[in-house]
Design a protein around this ligand. Structure first.
Ligand code: ZN
Length: 246
């Protein structure tokens, strides 16, 4: 039997960013429970078809101010883990860009659902800055078009009705297979295909640690389940890992 490479894979979901003031849209108190019409603002069909949906979507982005959010102790703990020298990959369902903002090396972060810090043109695929697009909205363009080709701009996120990038998903699968420890943080592990990642890791012989406020379908298979608030639990867990493995 081959010894596994000592790689730590950390999958993060909305729960790691709630202490940065970013709401969990899907959660029981999420925006989409309170205001189901908000969901069409992030659904590709209506977004493409209806300029009014796009105008409301840009306005929502301005008003929620998520781009001003700062990383918290949970994000910073993963930067500490990287700096300890232990091999690490972070797979995130979040589009808030806070892992990179905290200082994680970009190539070590796989943004499974894209990033809301950038825009992309639906026609020519050119990538731009979200901050710049929002400045154009403030300056009086309610639905800013692509400056290269006039096409529709959208956040570079995977919207409802869009598939995850197969190349990104393939990389995520490879990381799940290669790791010897898989830590799932702040994710309900109920949305596929991302929820298949801990399964892949377990089947490849990795140990699983779940850090989440609510039960997940993988708790029974986990070596350890941690329920405390993430911004407290994760720094503790990282200190322990660095001591054990460093
Ligand atoms: Zn374009």
């Amino acid at each position: 039997m081959n010894a596994k490479r000592p790689l730590i894979a950390v999958l993060t979901g909305a729960g790691i960013s709630t202490d940065s003031g970013i709401p969990d849209y899907r959660g029981p108190n999420g925006l989409w429970q309170k205001d189901p019409s908000a969901q069409e603002l992030v659904t590709i069909g209506p977004y493409k078809a209806d300029p009014d949906v796009r105008r409301r979507s840009w306005r929502m982005r301005l008003e929620t101010g998520a781009s001003a959010a700062e990383p918290n102790a949970g994000h910073r703990a993963l930067v500490d883990l990287e700096r300890s020298g232990l091999p690490l990959r972070v797979l995130t369902q979040n589009v808030d860009g806070l892992h990179r903002a905290a200082g994680l090396t970009p190539r070590k972060v796989l943004e499974l659902h894209g990033t809301a810090r950038e825009t992309q043109c639906l026609r020519c695929r050119v990538v731009g800055s979200m901050a710049e697009a929002l400045e154009r909205v403030v300056a009086g363009e309610p639905d800013p078009a692509c400056r290269e080709c006039g096409g529709i701009l959208k956040p570079r996120t995977v919207m409802f009705g869009e598939a995850l990038d197969p190349a990104v998903l393939q990389q995520a699968d490879a990381i799940a297979k290669a790791c010897d420890l898989f830590i799932a943080v702040g994710t309900s592990l109920q949305v596929y295909p991302v929820a298949s990642l801990p399964q892949i890791a377990l089947e490849a012989g990795a140990r699983l640690i779940v850090v989440n406020g609510e039960p997940t379908p993988f708790d029974a298979a986990a070596a350890e389940v941690i329920r405390e608030p993430i911004s407290r639990a994760l720094p503790e867990l990282v200190r322990r890992l660095v001591t054990e493995r460093g």
